[in-house]
Design a protein around this ligand. Structure first.
Ligand SMILES: O=C(O)CCC(=O)C(=O)O
Ligand SMILES: [Fe+2]
Length: 260
């Protein structure tokens, strides 16, 4: 695997006059992700960081401990209940939301919730190359400066189609779950996003990606907003077709039949 430097993949970085819906959408379509350096300003980022730390201390939702790291997923309703104003405001960010709904269009999509992390000492969560089982658009937001050695998010450009076909392969086999990990030898290009707090990486979770290494004594704080298909808004009879186009993993569950 060749790890690209920022200069080699500048095409995926959108800032200044490139920060338009049309431009970012094309970058996501072609490469599977787009990086928006310091998209949220310092005050917004600082407030979000405080809110994430408070949620991790005593917030509502599913909290998990991995070694010294704390991770929590809060669904949209739970976030409102917690009353974290900046997190809620950023989850409705216009550019991010229109890019997510465009990705799922013509099917209805929605904001699902947010993963919040304070990762310390070691990365033990999603630290191997993988694709996510569901097809989701994530807005991965750095709340501290992140580089190689404190959890830089890694992603493989243009890998979204490869993972999609890997998902399709499992559909007729009726498997409920299957390996989403990809050996590093099967990844040709990768990129470690070393950027400042406030940076957002919008990515299609079909892309091969992983969490970066966190050295002893180092940490990172991040939040990931997830946007996915709104399953309730679809006609049930059309849902299979929708899933086939967008999310073959769900279809593989539908195909599952008892063998004997
Ligand atoms: O925590 C990370 O850097 C990787 C997260 C991940 O795998 C994901 O957002 O799907
Ligand atoms: Fe993932």
């Amino acid at each position: 695997m060749i790890l690209l430097k920022r200069e080699q993949i500048e095409c995926c970085y959108c800032e200044g006059e490139q920060l338009t819906f049309d431009f970012v959408r094309e970058v996501i379509r072609e490469y599977g992700f787009a990086i928006l350096p310091e998209y949220f300003d310092e005050t917004t980022t600082g407030n979000m960081r405080e809110e994430v730390l408070n949620v991790l201390k005593d917030g509502v939702g599913r909290k998990q401990k991995f070694g010294d790291s704390l991770v929590q997923f809060s669904a949209k309703d739970e976030l409102q209940e917690i009353g974290s104003p900046t997190i809620n405001q950023c989850s409705t960010d216009r550019l991010i939301n229109s890019l997510a709904s465009d990705f799922f269009s013509p099917y209805e999509s929605e904001f699902k919730g947010a993963f919040m992390h304070h990762d310390r000492n070691k990365s033990v969560y999603n630290h191997h190359w993988h694709w996510d089982p569901g097809t989701v658009i994530k807005a991965f937001t750095y709340l501290t400066n992140i580089e190689d050695g404190n959890g830089a998010f890694h992603i493989s450009p243009k890998s979204q189609h490869d993972a999609y076909y890997r998902k399709l392969y499992f559909v007729p086999k009726g498997r409920k779950s299957y390996l989403t990990f990809v050996p590093e030898t099967e990844i040709s290009l990768g990129h470690a996003v070393e950027e400042k707090a406030g940076t957002v990486i919008i990515f299609n979770t079909n892309c091969f990606h992983k969490a970066g290494r966190i050295d002893a004594g180092r940490d990172r704080i991040i939040i990931r907003f997830s946007y996915g298909l709104d399953r309730v808004k679809h006609d049930t009879d059309k849902l299979g077709h929708v899933e086939e186009c967008i999310n073959p993993w769900y279809l593989s569950q539908a195909y599952e039949k008892p063998t004997d």
